[in-house]
Design a protein around this ligand. Structure first.
Ligand SMILES: C[S@@+](CC[C@H](N)C(=O)[O-])C[C@H]1O[C@@H](n2cnc3c(N)ncnc32)[C@H](O)[C@@H]1O
Length: 184
């Protein structure tokens, strides 16, 4: 997972918003081009561990306990928005993507790495069957979201790669990673 984080986050610049900060595992991978970080997560349980990581971060970090579907920031506030393995867990992912698009500056980019729907029907049929259970045991996580299509519903310019991650079961290991740019 760290290789995905490193490759993705080296593209982040300026004022950055991270959706679904979790325990702050992305923090060590933000490059010096990032001037400030605002992070959101509705889960209070994550905050204690995240706070420890934030203390040692050279980048100023503002933590907000709230959901990606209702971002309170002005339109055009951020140069980059980041989501790593979070769109699977957001109840209204389409709404969160609309918000992400809104808060990005024109020319800003949404950087993402997510797991989601497999193109193999023998896998996706089980992703559909098991998602109701997965949601219960894994804090709302959906196995079967078509991540590329979701991002393309909101952004016109999307560059995405997909593949099974090595060492993970196919059910959770079909990754989508890339960037989506907000039009100028
Ligand atoms: C699988 S964890 C990923 C955490 C982190 N992004 C990472 O890469 O390690 C999913 C995260 O999404 C968060 N989440 C759940 N619902 C959310 C929502 N509506 N808006 C934003 N984040 C949410 C969870 O609290 C959790 O921290």
């Amino acid at each position: 997972m760290s290789a995905y984080r490193r490759e993705l986050l080296k593209q982040a610049t300026g004022r950055v918003l991270e959706i679904g900060f979790g325990t702050g595992l992305n923090l060590p991978y933000y490059p010096p081009a990032v001037k400030s970080l605002t992070v959101v997560d509705p889960n209070p349980g994550m905050n204690a561990i995240a706070a420890q990581r934030v203390q040692t971060s050279p980048i100023p970090v503002e933590i907000k306990q709230l959901s990606g579907e209702a971002l309170p920031f002005a339109s055009g506030s951020f140069d980059s928005v980041v989501s790593t393995w979070t769109l699977c867990s957001i109840p209204q992912a389409e709404q969160a993507l609309q918000q992400i698009h809104r808060v990005l500056k024109p020319g800003g980019c949404f950087l993402f790495v997510e797991h989601g729907l497999s193109p193999e029907s023998e896998i996706s049929v089980w992703q559909d069957r098991l998602t109701p259970i997965q949601k219960r045991i894994a804090d709302g996580c959906h196995l079967n979201r078509p991540m590329q299509a979701l991002v393309e519903q909101v952004f016109e310019q999307v560059t995405v790669e997909t593949a099974y991650a090595t060492g993970l079961p196919k059910m959770v290991g079909y990754f989508y990673w890339g960037r989506a740019e907000k039009e100028l």
